[in-house]
Design a protein around this ligand. Structure first.
Ligand code: PFF
Length: 462
């Protein structure tokens, strides 16, 4: 059988993207989510503003690029999700570990992602009821998350939506929704960002966000930026292996990677411009607000909307779009988790969903209660949700990315990866790719990993 016939056979057995546009949209749909709109602005505000942004952009252009290209190429080459892809090259423990660490991460993320998704629905619901002014009050958000029952209820509602879509398998519906909603989200974000940056006092915030100030640099800036890069681009969690495995041999991997990165970063920048200048305009850039962490979006944006003439409608539309972006991402996290379980354990989708429901209920409820009745529980000084977020983004993802680097460097070989990429197009950044892969990636990932663990254990202070 020649190559083409092998290809055709595969495509009958396995789903396939229609082409580059389909692939870019699907990856962008998974990449753009709460990570861009909720997580990126609070990390940028907390870890140094312009300095964080600079480090983040450098990482996206170097590691981010190399890792997306690698995972996609490995997926397309093996036509397998991560566990299968690693197993194709070896059966020993290290291969199984490498595959599973990539595959387990989405299973841990999706529960707490859904807790935040629940907060979004709650705000949407309140805007629908016309409570715009109440939402803008100073302690509205902290009171809400402290009322554990409510936080749990909205988490369950968000999770139910995710499971309904997964079980109904309405993949096309989701794609259609995201194709229409994404452009609307971008327009609305441009509008809100424009409004935020023109408020009196907001320019200080724009400067803080866009101009790097070396005084604001700390090792945590790099650790946080790196975790955010993995999270936002859906790297090191099996997604890109899986999507790569559906990719045609004629699609230019480098060009599509570039498009995904531009799109994802543009949305994150817009979200930063909506939220950070507003912190300065509405709270005078108070350090406590800049350090607010996960609650930042929910504290700052309602103030922006309340100050607008038609803020109730703007608030409603905004949270609706964020909800849809969050849902498409949560669905892709859940879809990967369910398909890994059913592929590897040979269970059907329903049974795999039950396993995921148990995981969701335990990690998700613990995260939701962690700000309320369980607020006495702290792990290494972090509340439960913050800890799970840290564990996946700053510990597990670097390990997963390291596993991918080792697989390529020690087993598959840079040459084979290059050949895979060259099946569709010239490999323009081949030299750069080899350099980053060989020297920079493993070294930096190791340093980041060790420093974030040392920080948590209190050995160093970052
Ligand atoms: N990248 C998504 C975000 O920024 O919100 C989160 C995510 C979704 C990660 C889906 C991984 C994934 F498979």
């Amino acid at each position: 059988m020649n190559n083409n016939e092998t290809e055709k056979k595969h495509h009958h057995a396995r789903g396939r993207f229609s082409g580059r546009i389909g692939y870019v949209l699907a990856v962008a749909g998974s990449a753009v989510g709460l990570g861009n709109i909720w997580r990126f602005p609070y990390l940028a505000a907390k870890y140094g503003g312009g300095m964080f942004l600079l480090v983040y952009l450098l990482l996206i252009l170097t590691f981010g690029y190399v890792l997306i290209v690698s995972e996609t190429a490995l997926g397309r080459m093996t036509r397998k999700s991560p566990v299968g892809a690693f197993a194709k090259f070896g059966k020993s423990f290290s291969f199984r570990f490498g595959g599973w660490i990539n595959a387990v991460i989405p299973m841990i993320i999706v529960p707490y992602y859904s807790v935040i998704g629940g907060w979004v629905i709650k705000y949407l619901f309140e805007y629908l009821k016309g409570n715009s002014a109440a939402l803008a009050a100073d302690d509205y958000f902290s009171n809400f998350i402290a009322s554990s029952g409510m936080a749990e209820l909205w988490f369950l509602i968000f999770s139910a939506l995710v499971f309904i879509v997964i079980l109904a398998g309405v993949k096309n519906g989701v794609e259609l929704v995201s194709k229409i909603m994404m452009p609307v989200l971008v327009l609305l974000a441009i509008f809100v960002a424009g409004y935020s940056v023109t408020r009196p006092g907001a320019m200080e915030g724009v400067k803080y966000f866009l101009i790097p100030n070396f005084e604001n640099f700390s090792p945590m800036t790099v650790v946080a930026a790196m975790g955010q890069m993995f999270y936002s681009l859906s790297i090191a969690m099996g997604i890109l292996y899986t999507y790569g495995s559906y990719l045609g041999k004629d699609v230019d991997i480098e060009a599509s990677t570039k498009q995904v990165e531009i799109f994802d970063t543009a949305i994150a920048l817009l979200a930063g411009l909506m939220i950070i200048p507003a912190v300065f305009a509405f709270s005078g850039g108070a350090p406590e607000t800049l350090q607010a962490g996960p609650s930042l979006m929910f504290i700052t944006l309602p103030k922006v909307f309340a100050s607008m003439g038609f803020g109730g409608i703007a608030g409603f539309t905004f949270f609706l779009l964020v909800l849809l972006a969050a849902l498409t991402s949560a669905i892709s996290l859940m879809e990967t988790s369910v398909s890994t379980i059913s592929d590897e354990l040979g269970w059907n989708r329903k049974k795999s969903c039950i396993i995921m429901a148990v995981v969701m209920l335990s990690i998700g409820s613990a995260s939701a209660f962690g700000y309320g009745i369980w607020d006495f529980v702290t792990i290494f000084g972090m509340q439960i949700l913050d800890f799970v977020d840290f564990l996946t983004n700053s510990v597990m993802m670097p390990i997963a990315a390291l596993a991918t680097c080792f697989l390529i460097l020690k087993v598959v070989g840079l040459q084979t990866i290059s050949e895979e990429i060259e099946r569709s197009s010239k490999f323009k950044r081949k030299k750069l790719y080899g350099f980053f892969m060989k020297y920079l990636a493993p070294l930096c990932i190791t340093i980041i990993l060790l420093s974030s663990i040392a920080n948590v254990l209190g050995w160093i202070h970052m």
